[in-house]
Design a protein around this ligand. Structure first.
Ligand SMILES: O=C(O)CCC(=O)C(=O)O
Ligand SMILES: [Fe+2]
Length: 272
């Protein structure tokens, strides 16, 4: 396990930490929602055997890529993501057809279980509310995607409330987490970096035109933490903090990913 705290100012926020645990704990999820930590790393979230099975199936699958005008360097994905179907702050109708195709493609992998359901069940082990796939205007969203950012993710944030201005899930949203479950990771590169900085209007000066991301300068001298993912580990973090993934240098970096909303009824809703 490797967590490097970097603070160019020399100052450290004691709440800006990655908590490592081997159990899914209600307390850790609450700490993340409340801002008492920046990330939760859960080792052994998915058993080695299940990871191998999912990875073996995905290794034979053909991945597509996120919209290449918006996402550079290219990020491969298996399954549909809402971000490719966002038009004027709403989910466009094109999403639903892509979602049906995505569901079929996952089914065609022939896995004897649903890996996203497995992740939801694990997340719910110590959570008092339910853990379900979210709905948008009454229709169930896709549960997640497999992502392969071999060239990395540039510095960006994710916040459905800002991205989907027409309201997003059919639920009152209190917090949002990013969930990643690592199936294949490089020995060199592939680190996830999170900065203690959230979007502010002045950041728009750093936005790369047409892109989901920003020039590195957007995070200035903010404190950051860097994590090298491990196979079978789940990472939950607050994606309103700017974050990036470093390029993979010697192997494929494949993770199951979805977003998680904590609702005003205390439930967790996920979507890809
Ligand atoms: O792959 C990762 O570690 C993080 C990817 C990311 O940008 C996200 O989950 O929002
Ligand atoms: Fe992200």
């Amino acid at each position: 396990m490797q967590v490097i705290l970097v603070s160019r100012s020399g100052l450290h926020d004691p709440f800006f930490v990655a908590v490592s645990t081997s159990q899914v704990l209600r307390q850790s999820i609450a700490d993340l929602a409340a801002g008492r930590c920046a990330a939760v790393r859960i080792s052994g979230f998915m058993s080695a055997k299940i990871c191998r099975q999912v990875l073996a199936a995905l290794e034979t699958a053909s991945f597509e890529s996120y919209g290449e005008e918006r996402v550079q360097p290219q990020v491969l994905r298996f399954g549909v993501g809402v971000s490719d179907h966002r038009v004027d702050g709403a989910i466009a109708d094109t999403y639903w057809e892509a979602a049906a195709a995505s569901r079929q493609a996952w089914e065609a992998l022939g896995l004897p279980f649903d890996p996203f359901a497995y992740c939801r069940d694990r997340l719910g082990e110590d959570w008092p509310g339910s853990v379900d796939v979210g709905t948008y205007r009454g229709r169930e969203l896709e549960p997640g995607v497999a992502r392969e950012p071999n060239g990395g993710f540039i510095v960006h944030y994710d916040d459905a409330q800002r991205e989907f201005t027409d309201g997003f899930l059919d639920a009152g949203q209190i917090a949002q987490f990013a969930f990643n479950l690592y199936l294949s990771v490089p020995a060199k590169g592939g680190e996830t970096v999170i900065w203690r900085h959230r979007w502010a209007p002045a950041d728009e000066a750093f936005r790369l035109p047409g892109s989901y991301g920003f020039a590195d300068g957007v995070v200035g001298t903010a404190e950051s933490l860097e994590m090298r993912p491990k196979i079978g580990e789940a990472l939950l973090f607050d994606p309103r903090n700017y974050h990036a993934v470093r390029p993979s240098l010697d192997a494929r970096r494949i993770a199951l990913g979805f977003s998680v909303a904590l609702t005003d009824t205390g439930d967790l809703l996920t979507w890809g």
